[in-house]
Design a protein around this ligand. Structure first.
Ligand SMILES: Cc1cc2nc3c(=O)[nH]c(=O)nc-3n(C[C@H](O)[C@H](O)[C@H](O)COP(=O)(O)O)c2cc1C
Ligand SMILES: [Mn+2]
Length: 496
């Protein structure tokens, strides 16, 4: 099921007590981001700011953030009760990610209520925050669906990629040729000597960022997958100045072109990244030249505070916890690996760490799991540390994982495997700068690690171990536990 558009989503959140309107005046510079951080720390509601300093009147007076800032609301966005289990959500994502309902192009829609072109274009007319005090500017694209088209296949891609306001009509963006899917497109336009048309969609169905922010396979159009989740086609309208299509009921669409000409590039950064650390110094980046802005009457700006810290998980992390687990599980399924019981990503790691729970079928199976994940292009920014545990360990419990690491890992016996120098994230703060040089290496380099915390099958079965290969745990026998539970009050322990 889908929510059609941002306004319907807001109505549902309000009805569920998951939205707070802020009428007090709040400054877009630092203050709004600091409020968003504190609300994330408190696992609080989504926020609709209705009085941003300097934006009481004008083109856009409202800002919405935190819609997917907690798993309760992600569950609602996917049509589940707020307390749905991890496995149920992950299984839903696994199925829907592989489904497709193509979009339908319609003549027009509310996103065309107002059309701004030429000298009238000024991105500063939107209440764009400087989310964090160390950021280099006002990040207008933190949760926008960035639309581009493959010039060979004409298939569209929708991804979340950051962009900072440059001049009133320019926007330097984190666009790396050949990197993410729009980077593949950029390479193709560059080879043809043409600029790349781009449309940035701000504010629509929450399913848009959920899919745009996730590594759906290359060549698959995210609008199709969104249609599958919504249970109906996305209704799209043609852009005014670029050959792209965008949702008819989006709040705001910014159209433009990006040239592969460093003379047009402007400085971008630093930005507070998903790792919870600050990005690099200001760097010249491919820069979008805005050609048109269209928006609904009284549009609502949508953005997010990026960066996860212990105790406060960004919207990206909340979404990623489910998506990265679902995508990994599909990879393992495609690889034909038996006995996968659960795949868990804690929001604190954004999928950089992943736990796979198995009913072990053979020795060496955890290495096969790590190899399958590391061999997939979805692992570019993810799955640096793979933990494999047996099915008596709850993969969502750090305590249980730690116990398994302590007593079931034998590093010298292959329980710990380092796979050095493989492709990986160029923005990992633990990677030395020379291994993050995308212009030289084409990627970042990672030293990936497998922690095999499953019980070894190299040992002989032993009678004193109940004919198993590993000693039993010291948990009491089931019949003893039952007897003790029955006699609990008799022992005088009823209040314990
Ligand atoms: C809030 C948020 C911000 C993101 N910012 C960036 C970014 O600036 N650059 C980037 O390459 N990926 C960023 N990502 C991750 C990409 O959206 C993600 O890798 C996605 O798979 C990209 O789409 P694609 O696979 O179609 O290229 C962000 C994700 C989210 C949810
Ligand atoms: Mn894609």
């Amino acid at each position: 099921m889908g929510f059609m558009d941002l306004r319907q989503w807001l109505r549902l959140l309000e009805k569920e007590g998951e939205l707070r309107r802020i009428g007090a005046e709040v400054h877009w510079d630092r203050e709004l981001g600091a409020i968003a951080r504190r609300v994330l720390e408190k696992k609080g509601p989504a926020l609709l700011f209705e009085n941003v300093a300097g934006y009481k009147t004008g083109r856009c007076t409202k800002l919405f953030t935190g819609g997917l800032g907690d798993r309760r609301r992600l569950a609602l966005a996917l049509g589940f009760p707020r307390d749905v289990s991890n496995a149920e959500l992950v299984q839903h994502v696994m199925t829907k990610n592989r489904d497709a309902v193509p979009p339908r192009v319609v003549k027009t829609g509310p996103v065309k209520d107002v059309i701004v072109k030429g000298a009238a274009i000024d991105q500063n007319e939107f209440p764009v925050p400087r989310w964090h005090h160390l950021e280099g500017g006002r990040y207008i694209h933190t949760f926008s669906g960035i639309v581009t088209r493959d010039p060979d296949t004409r298939v569209m891609n929708v991804g979340i990629y950051r962009g900072m306001i440059g001049k009133p009509d320019t926007c330097p963006m984190l666009l790396i040729k050949g990197g993410q899917h729009w980077g593949h497109h950029f390479q193709k336009y560059s080879d043809r000597g043409e600029p790349m048309p781009v449309a940035c969609v701000i504010g629509w169905d929450p399913i848009m960022p959920f899919l745009a922010g996730s590594p759906i396979p290359t060549g698959v159009c995210e609008w199709d997958v969104m249609g599958a989740y919504r249970g109906e086609p996305a209704e799209l309208v043609k852009c005014e100045t670029v050959d792209l299509e965008v949702p008819a009921t989006a709040e705001i669409v910014i159209e433009g072109v990006i040239h592969d000409d460093p003379a047009t590039w402007e400085l971008e950064g630093p930005f507070g990244e998903y790792t919870g650390h600050l990005s690099d110094v200001p760097t010249p980046r491919p820069t979008m030249k805005v050609t048109c802005i269209t928006h609904r009457r009284d549009p609502i700006f949508r953005g997010c505070l990026e960066g996860t810290l212990p105790g406060s998980y960004s919207e990206n992390s909340v979404m990623s916890a489910v998506q990265r687990a679902g995508i990994a599980w599909n990879i393992l399924k495609t690889a034909g690996i038996p006995g996968i019981r659960d795949v868990y990503v804690h929001p604190i790691t954004n999928g950089v760490n992943i736990v796979v729970q198995i009913r072990k079928a053979y020795q060496g199976q955890p290495k096969q799991i790590a190899a399958a994940l590391w061999g997939n292009s979805a692992a570019q920014y993810r799955y640096k540390h793979v933990f494999v545990v047996d099915d008596d360990i709850d993969p969502s419990s750090y305590e249980q994982i730690d116990w398994a690491l302590a007593h079931r890992v034998n590093a010298g016996e292959g329980g710990l495997v380092v796979f050095p120098g493989i492709f990986g994230s160029p923005i990992d703060p633990s990677t030395p700068m020379e291994d993050r040089d995308v212009s030289r290496l084409g990627t970042g380099l990672w030293n990936r690690v497998l922690f095999d915390a499953t019980r070894s099958w190299k040992f002989e079965r032993r009678p004193e171990w109940g004919n198993e290969r590993f000693p039993p745990t010291v948990r009491p026998a089931a019949e003893d536990e039952t007897r003790v539970r029955e006699r609990w009050d008799e022992y005088g322990l009823g209040d314990v």
